[in-house]
Design a protein around this ligand. Structure first.
Ligand code: CU
Length: 135
């Protein structure tokens, strides 16, 4: 239930952010960066969900499923990292930088890079999660 309310809220926030209001009040460049922000948010969510699966598997409650849970969790964290790299080194980012939208010249791009740094740091910390041994 908690998840359903969360996902409904997320859908509403997403719908509001992509409404005509947003389109009228943001330039195409800002819009591209907001899409990057949403992708970074997604990478964080994916890494967090992966971390939860790893912890669940490490609790050792269902032997046959534990390995699947741990391996899938690790894959989600790897995919989160890979998604982050694709955002920051991808075509859209490169062309914005080429147009002069750099972290020093643009507050929005500066913010995008800050968000990336924070998200990367969070994902790195998640991947160093200590391992518990089942009782
Ligand atoms: Cu950039």
């Amino acid at each position: 239930m908690k998840y359903k309310i969360g996902s409904t809220l997320a859908a509403l926030v997403f719908a509001a952010s992509t409404s005509a209001y947003a389109a009228e009040n943001h330039s195409d460049r800002d819009m591209a960066m907001h899409h990057m922000h949403m992708m970074i948010n997604h990478a964080v969510e994916m890494a967090a969900a992966g971390s939860d699966l790893i912890m669940l598997g490490q609790m050792g409650m269902t032997e046959d499923v534990d390995r699947l849970s741990i391996n899938h969790g690790k894959m989600m964290i790897q995919n989160a990292r890979s998604l982050m790299e694709k955002i920051m080194e991808g075509k859209a980012m490169k062309s914005l930088h080429k147009e002069g939208v750099t972290p020093t010249a643009s507050d929005e791009m500066g913010y995008t890079h800050q968000l990336f740094e924070s998200a990367s740091s969070y994902i790195d910390t998640l991947s160093r999660m200590f391992r518990t041994s089942p009782r």
